[in-house]
Design a protein around this ligand. Sequence first.
Ligand code: SF4
Length: 351
Amino acid sequence: MSLHEAMLYTRLENKKVKCDLCARRCLINDGGTGFCLVRKNNGGTLHSLVYAKAISACVDPITKKPLSHFNPGALVMSIATIGCNFRCQFCDNWMISQEKAITGHHFPPEDVVKSARDNGCLGISYTYTEPTIFMEYAYDTAKLARQVGFFNTFVTNGYMTPEAVKTIAPYLDAATVDFKGGADPDFYKSCSAVPSVQPIFEALIEMKRQGIHIELTNLIVPKTGDSIEKIAQLSTWIKDALGKDTPLHLLRFHPDFQMTTTSATPMETLEKAYVAAKNAGLNYVYLGNAPGHPAENTYCPNCNELVIKRYSFEITKWNLTKDMRCPVCGHEIPIKGKLHPSGNTHPYALF
Ligand code: SF4
């Protein structure tokens, strides 16, 4: 098993350590592992057990993250290791996020970057499982990627310490931060084994301070995590703390892992949530996992002109001026980067 000394931990007495990467801040005895199972204390030194050990590598359209206002059309090399700091009962990547055996392909940072280039990608995305728990691997890859002109994006549950955000920030261009159940603390406790949601809000504020492009998702889980009131409250927080132009993607749940008897989110619920988020003052609200729905598109918040039409991961119509303005009223639409008409909208796996 390969060992790589961890970032962001504190040595304590009796060879104990405290991990400061995610908000669990695990206290780990000599010989023990943290909650995520991929960080081990060996004689008072904390090691990552998954450095350069990718369980998955895929070429994805950036829309899949989802990132709708960041380099639209670009392809990204997506990588993940096993492990997670959450235990979501509905996880759709549970086979890798909840894997207990340390496993994966040797895929060092330089190979990730080379593979990204060979496959026509413009950036690297650290995704599928929680990138915070493989921070050392992500950090070294992101640094190398930036040197050759690639961008980096995290898809994260946001349960990071402010120190972790500050550490990766110099190389992190964008983050998709995934909420579930309208950020209801009871939902997080019962369905994801997460004691508090507050650290996610703090991490988001730090990301904003660091100038990272942020897009948010919220998974709407029928019955247990579909409160429209909570979605309205979350939307209001987003508007006040991050700004009304922050994109919010409301995601349709589908049955998976330990929640196979819960049915998919009814469209009616998604549409009510959409109205609540818009009424809270957010300019860019999207419905995700709802191919063909008009709320996949971007509309000008000033005159309601359709400016970007999408079907699932595909951009089917681009109706913005070269300086990213609405062609009818001239309102500026916040898009970071530029359009990359790669034409490839089908994810494919390297392994
Ligand atoms: S990253 Fe892992 S070891 Fe570190 S605090 Fe989080 S769960 Fe614990």
